[in-house]
Design a protein around this ligand. Structure first.
Ligand code: ZN
Ligand code: ZN
Length: 617
């Protein structure tokens, strides 16, 4: 959750990169936000014969869909570990958007030949995912049009980074792919400038900041790798020329952005970063695929906040005499809660024991889950705890690296960054945040039975569709759900301190939802936002300021944790009601996770249908 995933970092696509970081800024054109209008000419769809076996036909359809997806979006392909087009950088111009739109429309039409009722469960959910995604992509191109207002989406650095740092073929060959890829960089930025009709100031400053990182890629990171390689002669010269031209192109993009920024500040005509109710509801619908509307979720979050506060106040009153003896408790009970949290946070591991402690805890948490029969595990696919590889560092933090669909036998890693680069003061603040209790919750979230366990289950019935187009709300929602589920089943001995810290942690995802909707739809201002984060969610100022900024440049994504969590929890309770004594937690969890990274609403529908069928027989 609080995982600071490196921006544009390289392994986000598949589910488990947690991270409260902003949505990845990459040149991932297929990442929905690039498009053109007026290009939806009717497409000739071949007449489709009735397939004797719908499943067979659908498998072929999916394979074809993915292959065309990689062809149209080689950078996206690189992120998921498909390297056939690694030497192509697509120029994000109107012509390319037209191609993409046509592709989505054709596939959507072709999808009609399949009937969910005739497909097996895995394919039926794949069908729902594909259809949702195709509709979303068309909407992003026709209506949302972020390519006109978000200059930060033009950033080719991420995919270059993956090619540079992933060992899928010899370095000299990867450098040659980079060399061919570089040829399109100047055109790429020209297309960006042509597209950007109405940038917001917030995205302008983000783009300026990120583009200087991109410059570093061309001026330092790639040349450094070149030194290590055996690339020589004309190939080496070609690469050098390409790098210089790319660097020049980035520099002029930065100049253009700065000029635009000055001009818009001067004339006050910048587009408002707030997307407003209409776009927000739609984006929420497409990205989250929830049973709730965004507004319903917002109201749910408001009441969750009230409930958490009430519980935290109760625990604080109970614990007060133990920790503060005769010191009077503040009448402002939220102030007292904050004091209690600060006091308890002093209990944390020593700086040099941070990584060891996580290593020590993993088998203990695993055993708790096994002994209490909460969920199946698979000892043949162990989690490997390791130090975060150097090139992925940049923040202390933790993340899970799961194998991609094209590399399914690879290990799952739990990456922990050591606190080496921190000053004493920074390390202390970090360790207080990840104190004795929260560190355990972090391990549950990231690993067991959170992200690692969920992905392990998903991989049992491998679906490329579900891993590539993973529903972020389901993946993050599961990890958040697993925290509470463990505590409800006695992990941590029902210690009040554990519940208090859990509540603080959970409050973060609740206020993320309030903040996002509040800012994007209801016009919440900075002061009110900071006040809520600091005084009602007990966050430090730096964290609160970071969150404000993030909520001005991303939309909807901040709600995914809470929406997934709420829906999974509500569905579990619904099922308990429905089947009474026959409800078994472990069976529910195994079954739920067997659907892979599908939207919770889709899983719910399938599980209820199956249940109904079983009851009729
Ligand atoms: Zn997470
Ligand atoms: Zn300390």
């Amino acid at each position: 959750m609080k995982l600071k995933l490196i921006v544009a970092s390289l392994f986000l696509v598949l589910g488990a990169s947690c991270a409260e970081a902003p949505e990845p800024k990459t040149d991932n054109l297929n990442g929905a936000e690039v498009g053109a209008r007026d290009v939806g000419a009717p497409v000739d769809v071949p007449v489709i014969e009735t397939l004797s076996d719908q499943n067979q036909g659908f498998d072929a359809f999916k394979e074809n869909l993915l292959n065309k997806t990689w062809e149209l979006d080689p950078s996206f392909a690189v992120y998921v570990g498909f390297y056939q087009y690694d030497d192509i950088l697509v120029v994000p111009n109107g012509e390319h958007r037209a191609l993409q739109r046509e592709f989505y429309a054709t596939e959507l039409q072709a999808l009609k030949q399949f009937d969910a009722n005739q497909l097996n469960a895995s394919n039926a959910t794949d069908l729902a995912i594909i259809e949702g995604r195709l509709r979303a992509q068309i909407w992003y191109i026709d209506v949302y049009r972020a390519y006109e207002w978000n200059p930060a989406q033009y950033n080719p650095a991420g995919a270059f980074g993956v090619i540079l740092n992933t060992d899928y073929k010899p370095l000299t060959e990867r450098l040659q792919a980079i060399s061919r890829r570089l040829k399109s960089v100047p055109e790429y930025y020209q297309a960006a400038i042509n597209n950007l009709k109405s940038p917001t100031l917030e995205h302008l400053s983000l783009a300026i900041q990120q583009s200087s990182g991109t410059l570093k890629m061309f001026k330092n990171l790639i040349p450094e790798k070149m030194q290590e390689s055996e690339l020589e002669g004309p190939l080496s010269e070609q690469l050098t020329v390409g790098l210089n031209e790319a660097a020049t192109a980035v520099k002029s993009y930065i100049v253009w952005l700065e000029t635009k920024q000055a001009e818009l500040k001067e004339n006050g005509k910048a587009r408002n970063f707030r997307i407003g109710a209409e776009l927000y509801e739609k984006k929420f619908k497409y990205d989250i695929e929830s049973n709730y509307t965004a507004k319903e979720l917002y109201n749910l979050a408001l009441s969750a906040k009230g409930k958490l506060h009430k519980e935290m106040i109760g625990i604080t009153e109970e614990l007060w005499p133990t920790y503060f003896q005769d010191q009077p408790i503040s009448d402002d009970r939220l102030v007292a809660v904050k004091q209690m949290i600060d006091h308890l946070s002093q209990k944390h591991v020593a700086r040099d024991q941070f990584v060891n402690e996580i290593r020590r805890q993993m088998p203990i948490i695993q055993k708790y889950m096994d002994d209490n029969e909460l969920l199946d595990s698979d000892p043949t696919r162990p989690l490997v705890v390791r130090l975060t590889p150097e090139y992925q560092r940049g923040f202390a933090g933790a993340s899970v690296n799961a194998p991609g669909p094209y590399d399914a036998t690879a290990n799952t890693y739990y990456n922990i960054s050591p606190l080496d680069d921190y000053t004493d003061q920074q390390a202390e603040s970090y360790l207080r945040e990840y104190n004795h209790w929260i560190l355990q919750i972090l391990n549950i979230h990231e690993a067991i039975p959170g992200h690692y366990t969920q992905l392990m289950h998903a991989n049992k019935s491998p679906s490329k569709i579900k891993s590539i187009f993973a529903n972020g709300a389901m993946v993050e929602g599961w990890a958040v759900y697993s925290e509470r589920m463990m505590l409800e089943n006695g992990y941590g001995d029902n210690e009040p301190e554990m519940w208090l810290m859990y509540s603080k942690w959970n409050l973060r995802v609740v206020v993320n939802t309030i903040l996002d909707y509040g800012i994007q739809v209801l016009g919440m201002e900075r002061d009110a936002a900071l006040d809520m984060l600091m005084n009602e969610a007990f966050q430090e100022r730096t964290e609160a300021e970071g969150k404000w900024r993030r909520a001005t440049i991303s939309q909807v994504q901040l709600t995914s944790y809470f929406s997934g969590y709420s829906e999974i929890y509500a569905f579990r309770e619904e099922l308990k009601q429905k089947i009474g004594d026959r409800f078994d937690l472990r069976t529910f969890h195994n079954k739920f996770l067997s659907y892979g990274n599908a939207p919770v609403a889709v899983i719910r529908k399938s599980m209820l249908a199956e249940l109904e069928l079983a009851q009729r027989q």
